[in-house]
Design a protein around this ligand. Structure first.
Ligand code: PLP
Length: 406
């Protein structure tokens, strides 16, 4: 366990004021704040060592390339991947899932083939599959969440048919906080010969992840939620799947040779990284992951579990507050509505006036919101630096919102 007071000193933004109050940042599910080591790394690279990667033979290009490529190993270690060759850099989860859709799924799926999804997916893990439905006649098969917000792994497996070509599920719901048993889903899907994509956008943030233990085929993560720069990210792709993939984007860096008549490609993972990448973002992402590993993801998980338990206890007394999802072991993500009144946007605006940042809206999860019969919630999502005192500030803010709106 770490000392959260000390950890907070690593995040300069946390000491600023918003509308006259010290910031309480509870919008980590949308994007997390950055520790000084990430800010310093980005400044250092731009100020002292920047050049393009993989191209030049000059000193700065070699230095930047070395720092950039080092991150591949850092991501592999963070995710428990067997080899850094199974890591493709992306701009975030959205690009990672689109890469799988275009490079792996599209060439091997036709009319009537099926993709199994949970109703709790973020649009990033829905829309690329809708493209395949629209363009290639692929059928999307939906598995609903239980009344407590959990996702029954056995129901996901029961949705698999001889036409299923992929199961794509989130590790942790960005709305409900539900932790999905992706290891069981992967084991069962593989027994039926079906590969599995696990959307790690929220999962990798809240708990230690080991893709080798999960066994999944694809595990995309997004840097800005992992306390790194926006525009950074990576996807773990099992070597056998990577060997099956055709290139997605074409351009510099991903080729071996180009002639007038033909093109040959670089070996994976470079084959899937066309053009000048997010060089500085990726190096900053590496610094963020090093920071998290030094802190210990098990410590982060334990800290957040304690916070979540405290928040649940405080919320219990607010009998007009509805929290979506109460699955055992859920992550510290609370989507809320106030009984008898108050649009999520109004709740969020009142909280903002007290310096408390939460997200209001549909959280890029329309099918789940429809399933829950809601149009919007106010979502408080906790991170590694939040405190019990901040839970108290949130509760005070919610009580004010209830008085004004309820
Ligand atoms: N998947 C989940 C579960 C998310 O919460 C998010 C972001 O909110 C995404 C995917 C998309 O991540 P990004 O916008 O960084 O690509």
């Amino acid at each position: 366990m770490y000392d959260v007071t000390e950890v907070r000193k690593d995040f300069p933004i946390l000491s600023r004021e918003v509308h006259g109050s010290t910031l309480v940042y509870l919008d980590n599910g949308a994007s997390a704040q950055k520790p000084k080591v990430v800010i310093d790394t980005v400044t250092r690279v731009y100020g002292d060592e920047y050049a393009n990667v993989h191209r030049g033979l000059h000193y700065l290009s070699n230095l930047t390339t070395e720092h950039y490529e080092t991150v591949r190993g850092v991501v592999a270690r963070f995710l428990g991947a067997g080899s850094e060759r199974e890591i493709v850099f992306t701009s975030g989860t959205t690009e990672g899932i689109n890469l799988v859709a275009y490079a792996w799924a599209a060439p091997r799926m036709g009319p009537g083939d099926e993709i199994v999804l949970s109703i709790a997916e973020h649009h990033a893990n829905i829309v690329p599959w809708h493209f395949l439905r629209e363009r290639q006649g692929v059928k999307l098969v939906w598995v609903e969440t239980e009344p407590d917000g959990s996702l029954d792994a056995e129901k996901v497996l029961a949705a698999i048919t001889p036409r299923t070509r992929l199961v794509a599920v989130t590790h942790v719901s960005n709305v409900l906080g539900t932790v999905v048993d992706v290891t069981r889903i992967t084991e069962g899907a593989h027994a039926a010969g079906v590969p599995v994509l696990v959307d790690g956008s929220q999962g990798a943030v809240h708990m230690p992840v080991n893709v080798a233990e999960i066994g999944c085929d694809f595990y995309p993560i997004t840097g800005h939620k992992l306390y790194g720069p926006s525009g950074s990210g990576a996807i773990y792709i099992k070597a056998e799947r990577m060997a099956e993939m055709r290139p997605f984007m074409g351009g510099g860096d991903m080729i071996r040779e180009v002639t007038r008549e033909a093109v040959s490609y670089a070996d994976p993972p470079m084959k899937f990284e066309a053009g000048t990448p997010g060089i500085v973002q990726t190096i900053g992402f590496g610094a963020a992951l090093d920071y998290l590993m030094a802190l210990g993801m098990d410590n982060v998980a334990a800290h957040e579990a304690r916070l979540a338990a405290y928040a649940r206890e405080r919320f219990k007394a607010l009998n007009w507050l509805n929290i979506q999802g109460d699955a055992p072991g859920k992550a510290a993500i609370f989507s809320m509505t106030i009984e008898g009144g108050g649009h999520a946007h109004d709740i969020s605006t009142i909280l903002d006036q007290k310096g408390i940042a939460v997200r209001a809206g549909h959280h890029c999860a329309h099918p789940l919101m429809q399933h829950l019969g809601l149009t919007a919630t106010a979502r408080a999502s906790f991170g590694l630096y939040n405190t019990e005192a901040e839970v108290d500030r949130l509760v005070d803010g919610l009580e004010l919102a209830h008085r004004l709106l309820g």
